[in-house]
Write a protein that binds this ligand. Structure first.
Ligand SMILES: *Cc1c(COP(=O)(O)O)cnc(C)c1O
Length: 422
C-alpha cells in the first residue's frame, strides 16, 4: 500500500501571505515546483483487500473524485489556512456552497433568520426551495439590530447574512448579530464574498461558518466557477461532507487547480482593487451627475465606523446612484443604460471581483426578481449602478467614468479629458 504524500511544508506559525502560495501543497515523487493537476475521476488499488480497507475506512486514501481529489484537497487546505478555519469543503459554485451549508444545518420544521439584503439566488433557496421542505425563514433588515434582537427572542437554527451586502453595501454588525444568534441557539453563516478572505475575517468576529463564491475574487480572472464552506472540523467533515459527497456538487479538479493558483495572487489583487475602488468612490462623490456613492470606507457611509472596525479595506465594489433628471422610472432607467453603454474600458456584466472592471444595473439584472417594495426599501433604484473595480490603471477607469458621465450631462467633453487636453 503506497503512502500518501506529506505536505510540502508544515504550515505552523506561517502567515497568510506565505500560506497563500505554499499551503496545502503535496509534491509528487517528481518534485514539481507548481501544484500538480490530478485530472482523474478514480484511483486504483494494488490488491482487492486495499479497496476493501479503503471502503471500510480502515485506511485513508483517495477512492473516487466525487469524494475527494488531491488537487481539490490542495485548494481546500490552502483556503482554510488563509481563512484561519479548522477545515474547508469546496463546492462547484458559490450557490452550491450556500445551499449545501443550509441543507446540512436544517431539517423540516427548522427556522432560519436571514438578513433581507441577500444574493438573489440565496433568496430563492430560502423561500422557494427550503420553504417547500418545511423550513421557515424570517427576514430582518440587516442593519437594524432591534429587528435582529426581536427575531432572535425565538429560537432559530441558522442565521444567514452578507456583509457588505450586494449591491447597496450595507455593513452588518457581525459580533453583535453573532451574540444574539448564539443566544437563540443558531449557527451563524456569513456569505463573505464582497469582503473576501483578505479584507474581513468573519470567524474572528463571531461567525461559525463562512461561505464563498470562489467564482469571484478567489479566481478573480473570470475563468471558472467554484465555491467553498469554512468552519469547524465537526461541521465540515460531518454533515457538510456527507451532503457534498452524496449529492455531488463537487468542485472539478481543473477548477480547483485554477482557484488554487488564484489564491496565490488574491491578496495582491484584492488590495490593489480595493485601493482603486476607494480612490474612484472618493472621486465619484464629487462628480456632477452622481447623486450618491455607497462604499464602506467613505466617511459618508452610514456604517462607516463599523466597516473600519470589521474590515481592513472597503472592498472592490463601488455602488453609485446617478442623479435623476425628473422623468419617470422608465426614463431614468434609459439614462442609466446610456451611462453604461457609454463606457469604453469598463464592461457591462453581472459578475464582480474580476481583474476587468465590470458595471451592472442591478434593478434590471441581478435584483430584477426582488419584490419592488423590498428593492425600494434597500435603496436599489432605476439609477443605481454597481461598479466592480478591476486591475486596470485607475486613471483609465476615471477617464472612462468621466466620459460616460459627460454623455449623461450632455457636455461636449468629459472633464478629465478636458483637463488633460486644454
Ligand atoms: C456570486 C455570489 C454568489 C453565488 O456564487 P456563484 O459562484 O455564482 O454560484 C453568492 N453570494 C454572493 C454574495 C455572490 O456575489
Amino acid at each position: 500500500m503506497p503512502e500518501l504524500p506529506q505536505p510540502a511544508i508544515d504550515p505552523a506559525g506561517l502567515r497568510p501571505a506565505t500560506l497563500a502560495v505554499r499551503g496545502g501543497q503535496y509534491r509528487s515523487a517528481f518534485q514539481e515546483t507548481s501544484e500538480a493537476l490530478y485530472l482523474t475521476q478514480g484511483y486504483v488499488y494494488d490488491r482487492a483487500a486495499d479497496a476493501e480497507a479503503a471502503f471500510a475506512e480502515e485506511i485513508e486514501r483517495y477512492t473516487y473524485s466525487r469524494y475527494a481529489n488531491p488537487t481539490v484537497t490542495t485548494f481546500e487546505e490552502r483556503l482554510a489556512l488563509i481563512e484561519g478555519a479548522e477545515d474547508c469543503c469546496s463546492t462547484a459554485s458559490g450557490m452550491s456552497a450556500v445551499f449545501t451549508t443550509l441543507a446540512s444545518l436544517v431539517s423540516s420544521g427548522s427556522r432560519i433568520v436571514a438578513a433581507r439584503e441577500l444574493f438573489g439566488s440565496s433568496l430563492v433557496v430560502l423561500d422557494d426551495i427550503l420553504g417547500r421542505w418545511g423550513v421557515r425563514t424570517d427576514y430582518v433588515r440587516g442593519t437594524d439590530l432591534d429587528q435582529w434582537a426581536r427575531a432572535l427572542t425565538t429560537p432559530a437554527d441558522v442565521v444567514l447574512l452578507e456583509s457588505p451586502s450586494n449591491p447597496m453595501q450595507d455593513v452588518l454588525d457581525l459580533p453583535e448579530i453573532a451574540r444574539l444568534a448564539h443566544a437563540a441557539g443558531a449557527v451563524v453563516v456569513v456569505d463573505n464574498v464582497f469582503a473576501t478572505p483578505v479584507l474581513q475575517r468573519p470567524l474572528e468576529l463571531g461567525a461559525d461558518v463562512v461561505v464563498y463564491s470562489a467564482t469571484k475574487h478567489i479566481d478573480g480572472q473570470g475563468r471558472v466557477m467554484g465555491g467553498a464552506v469554512l468552519g469547524s472540523r465537526d461541521l465540515v467533515r460531518g454533515p457538510l461532507q456527507q451532503m457534498v459527497r452524496n449529492t455531488g456538487p463537487t468542485l472539478a479538479p481543473f477548477n480547483a487547480w485554477v482557484l488554487t493558483k488564484g489564491l496565490e495572487t488574491m491578496a495582491l489583487r484584492v488590495r490593489a482593487q480595493s485601493a482603486a475602488a476607494l480612490d474612484l468612490a472618493t472621486w465619484l462623490e464629487e462628480q456632477p451627475g452622481v447623486a450618491s456613492v455607497r462604499y464602506p470606507f467613505l466617511a459618508s457611509h452610514p456604517q462607516h465606523a463599523l466597516a473600519r472596525a470589521q474590515m481592513s479595506g472597503g472592498g472592490t465594489v463601488v455602488t453609485m446612484t446617478l442623479e435623476r433628471s425628473g422623468g419617470d422610472d422608465e426614463h431614468e432607467k434609459d439614462r442609466a443604460f446610456a451611462f453604461l453603454d457609454a463606457l469604453r474600458v469598463i464592461d457591462i456584466s453581472n459578475n464582480l471581483g474580476d481583474a476587468k472592471s465590470l458595471v451592472t444595473h442591478p434593478a434590471t439584472t441581478t435584483h430584477r426578481r426582488v419584490d419592488p417594495a423590498v428593492r425600494a426599501e434597500l435603496g436599489i433604484t432605476a439609477t443605481t449602478v454597481r461598479l466592480s473595480v478591476g486591475l486596470e490603471d485607475v486613471e483609465d477607469l476615471r477617464e472612462d467614468l468621466d466620459a460616460a458621465l459627460a454623455v449623461l450631462r450632455g457636455d461636449d467633453r468629459p472633464r478629465a479629458a478636458a483637463k488633460m487636453n486644454p
